[in-house]
Write a protein that binds this ligand. Sequence first.
Ligand code: FE2
Length: 199
Amino acid sequence: MSLQLNRSSFGDPKNAGNTLSKDDANQLLNDWIKNERLKLHMKQVAYLMKSWAAEKEGLSESDQWRWEMAGLLHDADWDQWPEEHCKKIIEELESRNIDPEIIRAIASHGPNHFGVQPETRMDKMLFAFDELSGLTHAYSLMRPEGYAGMELKGIKKRFKEKAFAANVNREEILDAMNRAGVELESIMQFIIERQGDVK
Ligand SMILES: [Fe+2]
């Protein structure tokens, strides 16, 4: 099954700045995703994106929401249409005249799968957070205390254990860190300190 998108341009430049309202984005999330675990993953990545945009990029509230929205909807079609993953949500957001940068970030969140390279800061950070967020959550589920008291050394150890969350591709995570120009440990720490807040 190929998920290659075979395209390089997304959305219409005249829609720059257009977003869904928070209510409409949550409605889409709830309509399309029945799997609660996947829904939580989307909310976690959304929160990380928003936090990064605010704290590290110093972006305005409207830009923070653009980053958050990309995180919130990046896997929206995975639950019901895995064979059309990425394509379906891209086309939905294009039909709703959404900002091309948001659509592009979603399209490039798996360059090895979709064939679209992350270019902007938003693209690169979505790629950087996605899989590492999942690995960190898997680690929280095996700890009786969940996220409470989680330490960097714990997640580093799991990262090195190939059998732990074996479906999470470590090479891809390292590639994402390189592309974003960020240190693996600092992103791990960023996630550890925030992800437990997402319910
Ligand atoms: Fe994801």
